[in-house]
Design a protein around this ligand. Structure first.
Ligand SMILES: NC(=O)CC[C@H](N)C(=O)O
Length: 365
């Protein structure tokens, strides 16, 4: 089945469809990771986006039971150079084609994904459509140019109801903006008694669960589209130790009076070097974000920069000057990618312990 990718700038790629036969529209973004396609396609932070991978052969170890980062993928499409029809691995259960048919998501193979990536790098992320070869290109371009990107992705992927993931250790309330399961796994590995709450839980609802710490998850879209989450975080800062990842980091920055802005084409991949300014150590990190905290907006806040991206100097980590609260723009839970930054979960646990011993001052503040 021949299908085409049409970009809003008029570029057309013709390839072979796989997965669902449906047409779809979305912001086209690229990920440079060489492994971990199952975690990428099931990461809720890609909600509504069409994801392309720069690595040329995808699907060769199939889809397995273990590597999902969410129950159902939220992407609008998946574009690869070559898709593997006969995966081979002891964990393999489905091919990408079978999986995307089940999930009703269109895939496109056989196009030059490196050329597509160079276009995105040059012009910035673009809206695109995966559609049948029969569609009229000029009509689709008009439709793309008139289309508006969604703003309700967090609402779409967040849990509707709070639920527990019990443990006998410290109680952590995990706010789900579109959480990757890896975050929950890391907390559970540290014996945490986790309660996952929806994105719009209020500060009062969260504090009434008597948390020892609050974790703000990753999630899709523009952080400014979730003002209720910003209000909630304002009500938590200083009351309980806080750790945020990716969208959680951006929301924490906004709640602290900083600003966020859209990047040209973002950071998506598994080998982004980040320097921890507190230890001088460089970690290779897993990343997936299209927004960033604006550097000059930090001056007007009580925040300080703790981590920097070595590729482009953008902010990768923040901490509060008075309160036990820190956040990172990248993914210490990896899934996929290197686990260099895993120590940040331990930093969060020690922050909780220190705060418990000597925390009264924070609570009163
Ligand atoms: N992975 C994330 O949490 C991404 C955060 C935000 N949606 C961005 O694109 O910047």
């Amino acid at each position: 089945m021949k299908k085409q990718l049409i970009l809003e700038d008029g570029t057309v790629f013709i390839g072979q469809g796989f997965g669902a036969e449906s047409n779809s529209i979305g912001e086209v973004v690229f990920n440079t990771g060489m492994t971990g396609y199952q975690e990428i396609l099931s990461d809720p932070s890609y909600c509504g986006q069409i994801v392309t991978l720069t690595y040329p052969l995808v699907g060769n170890y199939g889809i397995n039971r273990d590597d999902f980062e969410s129950i159902a993928p939220a992407i609008n499409g998946f574009i690869v150079k070559e898709v593997c029809d006969f995966p081979s691995n002891w964990r393999n259960e489905l091919s990408l084609d079978e999986f995307f048919k089940q999930k009703n998501i269109p895939g496109l193979a056989g196009i030059d994904t490196r050329k597509l990536t160079r276009i995105i790098r040059k012009y910035g992320t673009l809206k695109g459509a995966i559609c049948s070869i029969e569609e009229n290109v000029a009509d689709v371009i008009k439709q793309l140019q008139a289309s508006v990107l969604p703003t309700d992705q967090v609402q779409q992927v967040s849990t509707k109801k709070a639920y527990p993931s019990p443990g006998r250790g410290k109680r952590v309330v995990l706010v789900d903006y579109g959480m990757k399961h890896g975050i929950l796994r890391e907390l559970n590995q540290r014996d945490c008694d986790v309660i996952v709450v929806p994105y719009n839980a209020t500060a009062q609802e969260i504090l009434s669960l008597s948390p020892d710490g609050v974790m703000l998850s990753n999630g899709p879209g523009d952080p400014k589209d979730v003002p209720e989450a910003i209000e909630t975080i304002k009500g938590i800062i200083g009351k309980v130790p806080l750790f945020g990842i990716c969208l959680g980091h951006q929301l924490f920055a906004l709640a602290s009076g900083a600003n966020t802005e859209k990047m040209k084409f973002g950071h998506r991949g598994s080998n982004h070097p980040v320097k921890d300014l507190l230890t001088g150590k460089v970690s290779l990190t897993s990343q997936n974000h299209g927004y960033t905290v604006e550097e000059k907006s930090i001056e007007q806040t009580d925040l300080e920069v703790t981590h920097l991206a070595l590729n482009d100097g953008t902010i990768e980590g923040l901490q509060h000057k008075q309160y036990p609260a820190f956040t990172v723009q990248y993914h210490p839970e990896a899934s996929p990618g290197p686990e260099d930054a895993n120590y940040l979960f331990d930093r969060f646990m020690s922050m909780i312990l220190t705060h418990k011993e000597d925390g009264a001052a924070y609570v009163k503040a």
